[in-house]
Unconditional design. Sequence first.
Length: 128
Amino acid sequence: MMGLLLVLSAFPAGSGITTPSPQRGGVCALPSRLSHTARPTSTCLTTGVDALPSDVKAIVIRRVATFSDFTADNDPHGEHDFGSFSVAGRKFFFKLDYYDATMTRGSEDPADLAKTTRVLTIMLASEY
């Protein structure tokens, strides 16, 4: 089972990538264009991603934030909530999940942001 660093911080409205802070476990926020609909409420980085050198981690986060190359191979369901790419010779996955406000089950209506907590997970493919 992969290790996760869960970051439950709200993303600032209209934000770009922000500087890491101890309050967020050193993880950068991602801009709203990630899924082209709404920004995630929180982000998880696996321990493998978090252990990468800071410059590589920054490139990975930027790639997720600007990702638009959705294909049948890296977005098999066409929902633009999953993608894969390579950086520094490693393959990465990202996945956006939709939970209810209590984060105890899936959201009944993922399109309703008032009822949905969006969680972005970034991982090494080898951690899947």
